[in-house]
Write a protein that binds this ligand. Structure first.
Ligand code: NOJ
Ligand code: CA
Length: 529
């Protein structure tokens, strides 16, 4: 399969479009606002931007309820703006990725409205009522003339598109094979949608709930076949484009045809433990039982990095290429790095790890300046999940400067999509850009270091020397990286004579001599051997 060369060197940046930059003062971010901030992203050094869904939608799940796959939602601009944005980004060496939502539409999508009135339509999964009048578990009653009900994919207003069931069942005669007309029409539609945006200049997609397409699919075998088919088409039609999955299990998702998959707070054999074991300090978790798990990047320093490292090794063994495993700082569904007890002084060491590890780094907008996770906000466009967990905390406006609304928008504060962090000390991009000792400058320097030295990127080898406090590893035998996220100084004995001459490239408190590495609290060091 073809792999676009740009992906291995990518540093991804995720933009939540409604919260990034508002160009017309309506309180909601938009494409022109983002275009005006491309120089900032180019200065930072990121070279791929993933934009959450920006298509026509009733916005009951912030755009993950698509009503028209081919048209930009008016509040963000129009298709022309999108094409212009992709061009302007490309001119700065930045590729634009959109969010593809293949598993479901909005219940206002014309496909669904028609399907709810037409018993012969199989774009969605419809079931007849049982003899006792009840619907099968999980189904929602039809809103149209059609009897029975439909299967939702996430919220009830997100009917699942029908990609078939992997197993048939005599008691459920409405199940269709993956080769049936409805499922095949949906596959063709996916290609058509991807083609539409790729022709307008985008470079690929992050694929929402990519694991969810074929139902009752043990081992996701049929779902993987579907994606491999899509990938084969992409390799022929758009060989420079990339598909990144929301799967949370690179070991399965990459062999299933994705160029890369994210470690997430869910997914995989331990349901998200590898990512949570790094960042999740219990402050804001989707499930209460996750709140008590310690994480490696914590001042308490009571969990080593083994959970993450062994998942990384397993994924690498299955895939063969570290550049296919994406590691996010956060995303629009789980807590920011600066959540709960994690203070600004703890952030540099997290970025030092993110940007010197072989995985594909993905920075969630605002994490590069240490924006806060802000619980306690109102339910906004479906931010509250069925579990009660509110994702608004991680979706507040980007903090640009010291002007009103932190420079996000000229609208009255009360009409912003979500409130700006009210803390008068809130970090801003402008203040940090003016301060060479800021987190923003550090992140920029680390990105530049990674771009300048492929040994630090996804192509270079990794040798772990210690997985505790400090975490120490060699990249390509040429760089030594030492990470201490704990609030205690720590010491590592070693027997590597070559380290005696290690020259610091970036160092916030690590000392290396012939036999010993010492790391101050919250410090890191990157050394060239
Ligand atoms: C995952 C997305 O990341 C999330 O924000 C959305 O609510 C669901 N999929 C449903 O599309
Ligand atoms: Ca706007």
């Amino acid at each position: 399969m073809t792999v676009p060369t740009w992906l291995g060197d990518a540093v991804l940046y995720q933009v939540y479009p409604q919260s990034f930059a508002d160009s017309n003062g309506d309180g909601i971010g938009d494409l022109r606002g983002l275009a005006e901030r491309l120089d900032y992203l180019a200065w930072l050094g990121v070279n791929a931007v993933w934009l959450n869904p920006c298509f026509v939608s009733p916005m009951r799940d912030a755009g993950y309820d698509v009503a028209d796959y081919l048209t930009i939602a008016p509040r963000y601009g129009d298709n022309h703006d999108l094409a212009g944005l992709a061009d302007q980004a490309r001119a700065r060496g930045i590729r634009l990725l959109l969010d593809l939502v293949p598993g479901h539409t909005s219940d206002t999508h014309p496909w669904f409205v028609a399907s709810a009135d037409d018993e012969g339509d199989h774009r969605y999964i419809w079931a007849d009522p049982r003899p006792d009048g009840r619907l099968p578990d999980g189904f929602v009653r039809s809103p149209g003339r059609r009897p029975g009900g439909y299967l939702p994919n996430f919220f009830d207003f997100q009917p699942a598109l029908n990609f078939g069931h992997a197993r048939q069942n005599a008691d459920e005669p409405w199940r269709q094979d993956v080769t049936a007309d409805g499922p095949q029409a949906n596959r063709a539609a996916l290609r058509m949608i991807m083609d539409h945006w790729l022709r307008l200049g985008v470079s690929g997609f992050r694929v929402d709930m990519a694991y969810s397409l074929v139902k009752d699919d043990p081992g996701r075998v049929e779902t993987a076949k579907l994606w491999r088919e899509a990938r084969a088409w992409l390799d022929r039609a758009h060989p420079d484009a990339a598909l990144l999955s929301e799967w949370g299990d690179p070991t399965v998702a990459v062999p299933a045809g994705f160029h890369a998959d994210f470690f997430l707070h869910f997914g995989g054999p331990t349901n998200g433990r590898p990512l949570r074991s790094l960042w999740s300090n219990g402050a804001s978790t989707e499930r209460p039982e996750w709140a008590t798990e310690p994480c490696y990047f914590d001042a308490a320093g009571n969990r080593n990095a083994d959970t993450f490292l062994s998942a990384y090794r397993d994924a690498l063994a299955a895939i063969g290429e570290p550049g296919h495993i994406a590691l996010p700082t956060a995303n629009h569904d789980f807590a920011r790095l600066r959540a709960g007890s994690r203070t600004p002084e703890q952030l540099p060491v997290a970025f030092a790890f993110l940007l010197t590890f072989p995985t594909l780094p993905a920075i969630y907008y605002g994490d590069e300046i240490g924006m806060r996770h802000l619980p306690g906000l109102p339910d906004t466009e479906g931010s509250v999940m069925r579990s009660g967990y509110n994702r608004a905390a991680v979706r507040t406006p980007m903090q640009w400067d010291s002007s009103p609304n932190a420079g996000f928008s000229t609208a009255p504060a009360a009409s912003l999509y979500l409130p700006v962090d009210p803390d008068p000390q809130r970090p801003t991009a402008a203040a940090q850009r003016a301060d060479p000792n800021s987190l923003l400058h550090l992140v920029r320097d680390l990105i530049a270091l990674r771009h300048a030295n492929p040994e630090l990127g996804s192509g270079g080898s990794l040798e772990i020397l210690s997985a505790g406090y400090p975490l120490a590893y060699l990249r390509s035998g040429r760089f030594l990286v030492v990470i201490n996220p704990s609030d205690r100084a720590c010491v590592l004995q070693h027997a590597r004579p070559e380290m005696a001459g290690a020259a610091a490239v970036k160092n916030t408190g690590v000392a290396v001599d012939l036999t010993t590495i010492t790391a101050e609290p919250f410090s890191f060091g990157i050394f060239q051997l």
